[in-house]
Design a protein around this ligand. Structure first.
Ligand code: SAM
Length: 348
C-alpha cells in the first residue's frame, strides 16, 4: 500500500527509472530552510511573487468552481513540501489529495499539514487530506485514491508538468492524472516554463546557455527542439538543478482536449500580474507579501523582521533600471518571465 493519510506514512516508491530517479532524489535532498535564511536568498522576491501568483490563481479558480460545488475537492499534482497547503486552507476547500514523486517532500508536506490542523483544532476549518508518493508520469493515481472513483473540482500542478515531457507516454500519463478525475466543469490549473521563451533565449545566446547570477538554463544542443524529450538543465540559486523538458503549449492544449478540456487562459507571468494587480484585494496581498509585513496570526521574531528589511534595502541598491515589479531584481524578473500560467476547464 502506497497511499498515506493522516495516520499512515507515505511509503517510498518501488520502481523508478530514467530521469525520475534524479528528479526525486534532487527534491528529496533539498532542505527546508527557515524564514530568516530564505530572506537572504537572491530569489526571495521571486519566490514571494510566485507565491502571490499561485494564491491569485487558486483564489480565482475556487471562486469559479464554488457556485456549482460547495464541498471543493482538490488534487495537488507535484505538491512538493506543501507550499500551497495554506492557500487551500484560505480557500476553504473540503478535501485535498497531495501527490509527488519525492517521498521526503511528501513526508514534509504531510507533517506541515498535521501542524496546520493541530493549530486549527479549535475552529475545525482545515480540510481532510491524503498523501501519495508516486511518479505521476508513470503511475495512475486512480489506483491509489482512498475513495475509488473519487472526482475533483480542481487539479493544481504548479511548476511540475515539464518534468513529464520526457516522453509522450509520460506526458500522457501525467495529463491523465490531471484531467481524467475532474468533474465536468472542473479546472486544471498550473504553471510551467514557456517553450517559446526558452528557445528564443537560447537561440539568441552565443552558447548553449543563458541566464544570470540567479538562474541558468543549459540545452544539450540548439537548432532542433523535438516535441517530447527536449531536455535542458535548469538551475535556480541551487534550488533546482535537474533535467527538465520543453513543454510546447499548443501541444499541451491539444493533449488536454483529448480529456474534454477547454483552455480558459494561458498567460505569461507578466501578463497575469498586470491583469490581477489591478484588483484591490490581490494588490494588497502582493504588497503584504513583498513588503514583508506580518500576516494576521503569523509569528515573526523582531530579529527576523529586521534581517528581512536589511535584506530588502540591500536588494534595492544599485538597481536603477527597475523591472516591471518594482521589488524583484532584474535578474529575478528574467527568471520569472520564463513561465506561463494556465487554466483549462472540463466541458460540462
Ligand atoms: N508544486 C510545488 C510548488 O509549487 O511549490 C512544488 C514545485 S517543485 C518546482 C516541482 C515538484 O514536482 C517537486 O516536488 C518534484 O518532486 C515534483 N515532480 C517532478 N516530477 C514528478 C513526477 N513525475 N511525479 C510527481 N511529482 C513530480
Amino acid at each position: 500500500k502506497r497511499t498515506g493519510d493522516m495516520e499512515e506514512e507515505p511509503v517510498a516508491k518501488r520502481h523508478e527509472s530514467g530521469h525520475s530517479v534524479e528528479v526525486a532524489s534532487h527534491y528529496n535532498k533539498l532542505q527546508e530552510t527557515g524564514l530568516a535564511a530564505r530572506s537572504q536568498s537572491r530569489i526571495y522576491y521571486m519566490r514571494n511573487f510566485n507565491n502571490w501568483l499561485k494564491s491569485v490563481l487558486i483564489g480565482e479558480t475556487l471562486q469559479r468552481v464554488r457556485p456549482s460545488s460547495r464541498d471543493v475537492r482538490v488534487l495537488d499534482l507535484g505538491c512538493g513540501k506543501g507550499g500551497d497547503l495554506l492557500k487551500w486552507k484560505r480557500g476553504r476547500i473540503k478535501h485535498l489529495v497531495c501527490a509527488d514523486i519525492a517521498s521526503v517532500s511528501v513526508e514534509q508536506c504531510q507533517s506541515r499539514y498535521k501542524d496546520m490542523t493541530r493549530r486549527d483544532s479549535r475552529n475545525d476549518q482545515t480540510y481532510s487530506a491524503q498523501f501519495i508518493t508516486a511518479d505521476c508520469s508513470k503511475e495512475l493515481l486512480s489506483e491509489q485514491l482512498k475513495e475509488p472513483g473519487e472526482q475533483f473540482d480542481v487539479c493544481s500542478s504548479q511548476f511540475v508538468i515539464h518534468y513529464s515531457f520526457e516522453s509522450q507516454t509520460q506526458a500522457e500519463t501525467m495529463l491523465k492524472n490531471a484531467c481524467a478525475h475532474l468533474k465536468p466543469g472542473g479546472f486544471f490549473i498550473g504553471t510551467t516554463p514557456d517553450a517559446y521563451e526558452l528557445v528564443k533565449r537560447v537561440e539568441a545566446s552565443d552558447s548553449l546557455k543563458f541566464g544570470n547570477e540567479v538562474f541558468q538554463v543549459t540545452f544539450d544542443k540548439k537548432g532542433a527542439y523535438p516535441l517530447f524529450g527536449c531536455q535542458y538543465h535548469f538551475s535556480l540559486e541551487g534550488v533546482v538543478n535537474v533535467p527538465e523538458f520543453l513543454v510546447y503549449f499548443p501541444l499541451l492544449e491539444e493533449m488536454a482536449r483529448g480529456y474534454g478540456m477547454e483552455l480558459v487562459f494561458v498567460k505569461r507571468f507578466q501578463e497575469f500580474f498586470e491583469k490581477h494587480v489591478k484588483n484591490e484585494e490581490h494588490r494588497s496581498l502582493l504588497m503584504r507579501m513583498m513588503a514583508l509585513e506580518r500576516f494576521p496570526g503569523e509569528e515573526k521574531s523582531a530579529e527576523e523582521k529586521s534581517e528581512q528589511y536589511a535584506h530588502a534595502e540591500e536588494h534595492r541598491k544599485g538597481d536603477a533600471d527597475r523591472p516591471p515589479l518594482g521589488t524583484l531584481s532584474r535578474s529575478e524578473w528574467e527568471a520569472a518571465s520564463i513561465y506561463l500560467v494556465f487554466a483549462f476547464r472540463k466541458k460540462s
